[in-house]
Design a protein around this ligand. Structure first.
Ligand code: ASP
Ligand code: MG
Length: 418
């Protein structure tokens, strides 16, 4: 069997969903299809949540209706008989409206997962109904009952063994050749919905591939494959046809937006190849990530991570930071979910580069209990793999560099935003 994942951009319009149906109808293998929420629905659901958390039930409903209407417009354009699509999705709209009117916004992260996960439920119901209407019989699955996670709401970790038992019970290719489930969402053991972190649908596809021993996992994207840099930021980008798992995990971790960083491990562990293929031109090969490649990457790879903060901490009692307080500092950062993308230390201070997110101020406050804390924000972190002086010159000249690290093969430059 194979796993196909279609992201938000692929399902943002009726035309995109028709394209999925075309791609799927050409597949002879058994298929597990993972789908994200449509277009920018997850962002829109976050706005609904904000009103809900402020107990502004009317405002939340009004914003939800906008989301619903967006889905209804797609249904009206997509189906021969639009009641087929509406019948699939209206019960979910009703269920969520009831929750929004009656529910209480207590814990932000828990409510986030309960509410925002509907984006994927809406999209999969519509895609499943449309595939069926267009002749690809399939079975829709609610991944909240199949992907078992811990209770780390908004960034839940998958419990592989429990999930495998449930998934194997639910998926039987002698009964159905095509299964379709939501990316990004699961539930803890009590059944409370959880999500796996923004852009987490790639990760779901990899987890499903691992648990069902897929022959391959394919992520269909609105790009020609993996490039050596983001073409929206850098000029003269080139296509990389093959990457190793190691290349891919380093790129994703450095902030290359092509795949979610957690995607690689479940695939590497079972040596399952990951294809990244262009949704708009399905006959093209795209890129493949696998254990070994014939051709090592021979161009510098550039990854720019924006909205970074450099945090420098120093123990208040002048003790050596690496000996006394490293684990404490990291425990605090971990608790506040800060993603550390670079570390540098001296005798009595340690500097880390982290994403600027809503957890940052809480972490800085808590670090302030034991450390003297300084920080600089509005920074960007450029990572270059396959470094040479020429590319360093081209990408960093004239820039204010706050910190740099260089090895033989790679370099990292933390700079003021342009
Ligand atoms: N819909 C979720 C998001 O936008 C997950 C995903 O698309 O991968 O983050
Ligand atoms: Mg996406």
């Amino acid at each position: 069997m194979k796993v196909y994942k279609f992201g938000g951009a692929s399902v943002r319009s009726a035309e995109g969903i028709r394209n999925i149906a075309r791609i799927v109808s050409g597949v002879n293998d058994n298929l597990f299809i993972v789908v994200s929420a449509m277009g920018k629905t997850t962002n829109a659901m976050e706005v609904v949540l904000d009103s809900f958390m402020k107990a502004d039930h009317a405002g939340a409903i009004q914003k939800l209706v906008e989301v619903e209407n967006y889905h209804r417009e797609i249904i009206a354009e997509l189906f021969v008989d639009k009641t087929v699509g509406e019948t699939a999705v209206e019960p979910l709209f009703a269920e969520l409206e009831k929750y929004i009117i009656e529910g209480i916004g207590d814990d932000y992260d828990r409510c986030y997962d309960r509410l925002v996960s509907y984006g994927e439920l809406f999209s999969t119901c519509i895609v499943s109904a449309f595939l069926a209407e267009s002749g690809s019989t399939n079975c829709w699955l609610d991944m909240r009952s199949l992907i078992v996670t811990d209770s780390n709401f908004r960034e839940a970790n998958v419990r592989m063994n429990d999930s495998q038992v449930r998934l194997k019970k639910a998926v039987d290719f002698t009964q159905n050749k095509i299964y379709i489930g939501q990316g990004f969402i699961g539930a803890n053991i009590k059944g409370d919905p959880t999500t796996l972190g923004r852009e987490g649908s790639d990760y779901t596809a990899a987890v499903v591939g691992n648990l069902l021993d897929a022959e391959s996992v394919t992520i269909w994207k609105d790009v020609p494959g993996i490039l050596n840099a983001d073409p929206r930021i850098f000029e003269n980008t080139v296509h990389i046809p093959e990457l190793t798992y190691l290349d891919a995990v380093e790129l994703a971790y450095s902030g290359a937006q092509i795949i979610h960083p957690k995607t690689i491990k479940p695939l590497e562990n079972k040596q399952i190849p990951l294809y990244v293929r262009p949704f708009g031109s399905p006959s093209e090969a795209g890129s493949v990530i696998k254990a070994t490649t014939e051709k090592p990457i021979d161009v510098p790879v550039l990854i720019l991570r924006k909205n970074q903060v450099l945090v420098t901490i120093r123990p208040r009692d002048f003790s050596f930071v690496l000996e006394e307080s490293l684990s404490k500092a990291f425990a605090v950062m971990n608790k506040h979910r800060l993603k550390v993308s670079l570390i540098q230390s001296s005798a009595i201070s340690i500097s880390v580069c982290v994403d600027n997110n809503r957890y940052l101020s809480g972490a800085l406050d808590e670090l302030g209990n034991d450390f003297k804390v300084n920080y600089n924000d509005s920074l960007e972190l450029l990572t270059i793999r396959g470094i040479n002086d020429d590319i360093v010159q081209k990408t960093t000249s004239g820039r204010t560099i706050l910190l740099s690290q260089r090895t033989r093969r790679s370099g990292r430059f933390l700079m003021k935003e342009n």
